[in-house]
Design a protein around this ligand. Structure first.
Ligand code: ADP
Length: 222
């Protein structure tokens, strides 16, 4: 927690995406440097960042002058200007920034950023669209987090089918290869469920596993 507080963040590009990242970091009490080459943006974000500066981040000298090397985590949110986004990422990489997250505009952009060694490439419209579609097609899934290598954590509603059964009764690990991390019974969160804890209809189950196994559990087990 303490380390997190002392981390230095910089956000490059204060459009809708970068702007919202910047405001949220600042609202959470972190130190944020807001960067854009548009003076109006820089003025606008003076109230939503620790400092805001006007530079062109494709200019290596300008990046060095604002002390970008002192920042642990830099977000590049230069949307439409793909060339500037790529060059900025390359410079940040060369300057040895520890963590670089970049917003991609399309799949080609995403590929180049991956090759450059960006630590995370986000594609908000694409990612969110996928998420919405996945939520639309399941009435049992409430929310989910994608982990590495096709593993996820999902929040599911317990159906009538499992009501009155204990975790041991269901043999979830053996049958589906999934693990119940927590369950919410009548408004109370149980974060260390035991084998004999019983499930009731409409309880919330927080389950971790491989995507395919989770889908099997959702479709056949619930
Ligand atoms: P979004 O789609 O998230 O709204 P935009 O493409 O509208 O993103 O915004 C990107 C921001 O990045 C703009 O405010 C623009 O001025 C800024 N920007 C673009 N190129 C550079 C650059 N070379 N250096 C600094 N800021 C830049």
């Amino acid at each position: 927690k303490k380390e997190q507080k002392n981390k230095q963040y910089a956000v490059i590009g204060l459009g809708r995406f970068g702007g919202s990242v910047c405001k949220e970091l600042y609202a959470q009490g972190h130190e944020v440097l807001a960067i854009d080459f548009d003076e109006d943006k820089v003025r606008e974000y003076a109230a939503f960042a620790t400092h805001s500066v006007q530079i062109d981040t494709t200019d290596e000298g300008a990046l060095k002058n604002v002390g970008i090397r002192n920042f642990d985590h830099v977000v590049v949110a230069i949307g439409d200007h793909i060339q500037a986004s790529i060059l900025t990422t390359l410079l940040l990489k060369e300057l040895g920034i520890e963590k670089i997250w970049v917003k991609a505009q399309n799949t080609y952009h995403q590929k180049v950023l991956d090759k450059l060694g960006a630590d995370l490439v986000v594609h908000p419209e694409f990612d969110m669209g996928k998420r919405i579609a996945q939520k639309m097609t399941s009435d049992k899934v409430i929310d989910f987090i994608d982990l590495e290598d096709d593993y996820s954590i999902v929040e599911l509603y317990a159906t009538k089918k499992v009501s009155g059964k204990s975790l041991a009764d269901l043999h979830l690990r053996a049958t589906y290869g999934v693990t119940v991390l927590a369950m919410k019974n009548g408004g109370k969160m149980n974060i260390a469920p035991r084998p004999d804890d019983k499930i009731k209809e409409d309880d919330l189950l927080i389950v971790m596993g491989h995507k395919d196994d989770l889908a099997r559990f959702e479709n056949q087990g619930l």
